[in-house]
Design a protein around this ligand. Structure first.
Ligand code: ATP
Ligand code: MG
Length: 450
């Protein structure tokens, strides 16, 4: 944000000045040429001379300008981080340390800034000096020309006035060299971001409008980095089935969902929806077929109604209320002073975590996608509400393929297929009763909860 701000204000302030300068210089050169080509040559020579003189200065200070922008970014990042996490900062008594860290970065910013400004400040006097040199040269050569009577004294006077004006826009530009230099440094940082590798290009060869909901993983390999997390995963899900994914923390459950939504590209194998490779669909089409309720809820600054309506363009009030009823959110919303018009603040801290989850569930209900993903969707609601939601969910999941991730195993007993994951692998799969009979990892997990 700092960098873009810098670029923006420089363009605003300096661009007009730059254009004026160019026009002035061109006009003056024409006038000078009409008076005396020889003297014009002398005054123009000062240009490459100054460029030659200030180049090393520019080079040296540019490094510090880059430093300055980087430190400024760091400083603001630090403030933002500490400010948003101020509750934790206070709870752990971290104020002094945070403050010390601030001082440290601030000090570095100060050093980089003053060095950059100081070195860049030399540019202006250097330009001024060279400009004066050419002024003297013009006076001397002009004087000689006058004594030879090849030029009149009035012309010299006019020429000297022009040559003063000629160096003026250049000195002016030198004057704002520090601004230009920090802008260049800022632009470099912005381009660094723009030059980041793009998402893999889409090759849309199939159009999928509303899928039936058959999903299969075929020999899927994936790793966030070099190391593979998921290796050779094979799953077949029929339309309308409910698949539960269980397993310890870090097993790769969320990762599997990320792959399904194509937030990451596979390292090998393929994922098919209705028998079509997801890589051949546009990401947009693919994601339209999914409804998601995630571990961390995302609500925006707006009314509850607007937040639910996010799931569907042009939803009517009746649809919104119905969705809220399905998600068991209707009751709590109506008990709020402003009901559906309650405004959620930016951090969404004016309703509880569980209530937030209910809203995101209502949102997904309203979207009515053929495939539903529930990643720990009810982890923050109490067990009784969970049972209610469970009932609603069962109704909702009818005729819809759904992936449910849950740590409370009682909620996924009725799933058509339970996948037990550990360290990126599906170690057991089957229905609840199958898995209990197998008496393996799932049975152990299940019994430990009761
Ligand atoms: N964006 C990421 N970049 C690198 N590694 C990641 C990323 N997201 C997850 N991981 C790693 O991948 C592994 C699986 O993470 P995942 O989020 O799939 O776990 P999970 O089964 O959903 O766990 P939980 O039950 O806690 O939600 C973890 O070891 C994690 O450290
Ligand atoms: Mg997870």
């Amino acid at each position: 944000t700092n960098d873009i701000d810098t670029i923006g204000s420089t363009l605003q302030q300096s661009l007009t000045q730059f254009i004026t300068s160019i026009v002035t210089i061109v006009g003056i050169i024409i006038m000078m040429l009409s008076i005396s080509p020889l003297l014009t040559l002398i005054s123009i020579i000062s240009l490459p001379l100054s460029i030659f003189a200030i180049r090393p200065i520019l080079k040296r200070s540019q490094k510090h300008f880059a430093d300055q922008q980087r430190k400024l970014g760091q400083l603001n990042g630090h403030i933002e981080e500490i400010y948003t996490g101020h509750q934790v900062v206070k709870a752990f008594g971290y104020e002094k340390k945070a403050s010390a860290q601030f001082t440290e970065v601030n000090e570095e910013l100060y050093k980089a800034g003053s060095k950059a400004q100081f070195i860049s400040g030399i540019i202006m006097p250097v330009m001024f000096f060279i400009g004066n040199l050419s002024y003297v040269l013009i006076s001397v050569v002009g004087g000689i020309l006058v004594t030879q009577r090849s030029i009149s004294i009035g012309d010299i006077q006019a020429f000297i006035t022009y040559s003063k004006q000629f160096t003026q826009p250049i000195t002016q530009t030198a004057n704002i060299a520090n601004i230009i230099q920090s802008t260049v440094a800022a632009a470099e940082r912005v381009f660094e971001l723009l030059d980041e590798e793009e998402e893999m290009k889409e090759q849309t060869t199939v159009n999928i409008k509303r899928a039936n909901g058959a999903v299969s993983f075929e020999h899927v390999d994936f790793g966030y980095g070099e190391e593979m997390l998921i290796e050779d995963m094979n799953i077949d899900v029929l339309p309308g089935q409910t698949v539960a994914i269980v397993g310890p923390t870090g097993a790769g459950k969320t990762t599997m969902i990320n792959l399904l939504m194509r937030f990451y590209e596979l390292n090998g194998g393929k994922i098919m929806i209705d028998g079509l490779d997801t890589r051949n669909m546009s990401r947009n089409d693919l994601r339209k077929n999914f409804g998601m309720v995630l571990q961390d809820t995302w609500l925006f600054n707006g009314t509850i109604k607007e937040n639910i309506a996010y799931g569907k363009n042009g939803a009517t009030d009746e649809e919104i209320f119905a969705a809220a009823r399905t998600a068991h959110a209707d009751h709590f919303i109506r008990t709020l002073p402003d009901g559906y018009e309650t405004i959620l603040n930016e951090e969404g801290s004016n309703i509880s975590q569980g209530q937030k989850q209910l809203l995101t569930i209502a949102r997904a209900v309203l979207a009515d996608p053929p495939i539903m993903i529930l990643d720990e969707a009810t982890s923050s609601v109490d067990t009784r509400t969970e049972v209610f939601i469970q009932k609603a969910m069962n109704r909702l999941m009818e005729g819809r393929t759904s992936f449910v991730i849950a740590h409370r195993l009682s909620t996924i007993k009725d799933a058509d297929l339970i996948l037990v994951m550990e360290q990126g692998k599906v170690i057991e799969k089957g229905t609840h009763s199958d898995l209990l009979r197998e008496n393996g990892f799932y049975a152990e997990l299940y019994n430990s909860q009761f």
